[in-house]
Ligand binder design. Structure first.
Ligand code: ADP
Length: 444
């Protein structure tokens, strides 16, 4: 049956789940815990989970960014869903990334993490591996590659599956089709908390024209060339730009306003031109200009010769972009009033989205995003931390969770042999972030 794809709630991401509306579940005779094949451009297997009440009867399947990528579908696409017959795995061999060295048996920890999940050889699966800071990887989850399964095909990891660790690092195992690349821990919509309405606007202004230029042509309206995101630092502007690029598989390139202005005389314009050229060659593409106010301050105020030229160059580059909407420039600033008004006229940055400081609900979602891969003690009540962090933006909440993890790490440090290059699997397994670790981080 065909269902419409929607994102999962942030807290439910990363577990291979497909939340299907109950009416559709009944129609397909599916039960909680069954497996399905999602067929878009590619095929992916997911575990059925009862949908959110608000979806009931709307023909909706909610999957996270990883599954959307594996199945080759975007949000609002329709995907064919069929019940899948998946065998339990008797054994699965996983490959760890090269820079993660663990001593002892990590099998049980990996099995706990992946229990119930369907996997296929060549697939990359993100696994939370104790505390993020223990590894040198960014993000909280570590991408493992499925090197081999018995039986072959798509199998489910159960409590009796034997987990082996491959001698080869993940980088040397061939990647499966459509699998996410482990080198780029891609940002998806589920990694952004508290900005649902803003994301909806971003999707309408950027995703829609890029994915369906024909709609805009047919209607005779011009897709936007530039969108301005404005709001305080650390609220998720960069994150949003990356997520939208990732969701539509667009090329992503960044310009830092202050950096480009500090280049030698005359080179700033050249640099800008090169970035736009690179984007057009790799279209569909998103050019992200961070702190755009430093490139294009209001004329007359602080604008000198260099600024005037750079603004003129940026305007001409934007005017020169083809009108099919395959390159979109996203500008970010926390001083929207300080921007040269010429840039905000029609055909340039003529759409604006305000990204504000999160409210309590938003803060909770952001905390959920950042603790998703962390072994949190049951005693931690995220609601109360959301309540008590008034004024915190996403970046502050992310630091809070990282600092808590560091506190947990300090506690067990005497047991860790930091001289050794390897980490003891048993120590890893014991790691837990306690409520005191969080409280101390709040005080810090
Ligand atoms: P901005 O571009 O608005 O200055 P960023 O997008 O660079 O802010 O955010 C910095 C970091 O803070 C992000 O990498 C992320 O870890 C965290 N963060 C900020 N906003 C959010 C959010 N809304 N949801 C989840 N994490 C966030």
């Amino acid at each position: 049956m065909k269902l419409s794809v929607k994102p999962l709630k942030q807290k439910d991401a990363g577990r291979g789940l497909a939340a299907i509306d109950r009416a559709a579940m009944d129609e397909m005779d599916l039960e909680n815990g069954d497996y399905i094949v999602l067929e878009g451009k590619n095929r992916a297997v997911a575990r059925v989970w009862p949908g959110y009440p608000e979806d009931d009867g709307n023909g909706i399947v909610r999957i996270d960014g990883q599954l959307r990528q594996e199945a080759g579908v975007g949000i609002d696409d329709s995907v064919t869903v069929e019940k899948a017959d998946v065998k339990p795995a008797s054994s699965v061999t996983v490959a760890l990334p090269q820079n993660l060295r663990v001593r002892g048996n990590v099998g049980p920890m990996i099995r706990n993490n992946l229990s119930g999940q369907a996997v296929t050889q060549g697939q990359t699966v993100p696994v939370s591996f104790g505390l993020g800071p223990l590894s040198s990887m960014s993000g909280q989850k570590i991408p493992l590659r499925i090197a081999e399964t018995a039986p072959s095909g798509t199998v489910v990891i159960t409590d009796s599956t034997e987990i082996q660790v491959s001698e080869k690092p993940a980088e040397q195992i061939r990647e499966g089709e459509g699998a996410a690349s482990p080198e780029s821990p891609d940002v998806t919509y589920e990694d952004i908390g508290g900005l649902d309405d803003e994301l909806e606007q971003v999707r309408e202004m950027i995703e829609l024209p890029m994915r369906h230029p024909e709609l805009f042509q047919q209607l005779g309206i011009e897709p936007p060339k530039g969108v301005l995101l404005h709001g305080p630092p650390g609220t998720g502007k960069t994150l949003m730009a990356k997520a939208v690029a990732n969701e539509i598989d667009a090329y992503f390139t960044t310009i830092s306003g202050p950096e480009i202005m500090s280049k030698y005389y005359g080179e700033s314009e050249e640099q800008l031109r090169e970035v736009f050229e690179e984007a057009e060659e790799n279209a569909p593409a998103i050019v992200f200009i961070d702190e755009i106010d430093s490139i294009a301050p209001k004329r007359g105020e602080t604008q000198g010769d260099v600024e005037r030229r750079v603004v003129a160059q940026l305007l001409s580059l934007m005017d020169g972009l083809e009108e099919r909407g395959q390159v979109i420039v996203i500008g970010a600033t926390n001083r929207v009033d300080a921007i040269d008004p010429a840039l905000r006229r029609g055909g340039r940055f003529d759409r604006e989205i305000e990204i504000g400081v999160p409210d309590k609900e938003g803060r909770k979602e952001i905390l959920q995003v950042h603790t998703r891969g962390m072994p949190l003690s049951e005693a931690i009540d995220l609601d109360s931390y959301a309540e008590n962090t008034h004024g915190f933006v996403g970046a502050d909440l992310s630091s809070l969770t990282k600092e808590s993890a560091m506190n947990a790490l300090r506690r067990i440090r005497p047991e860790l042999d930091l001289e050794s290059e390897e980490i003891d699997a048993e120590v890893l397994e014991k790691l837990e972030i306690s409520d005191d670790d969080m409280k101390d981080a709040m005080k810090g």
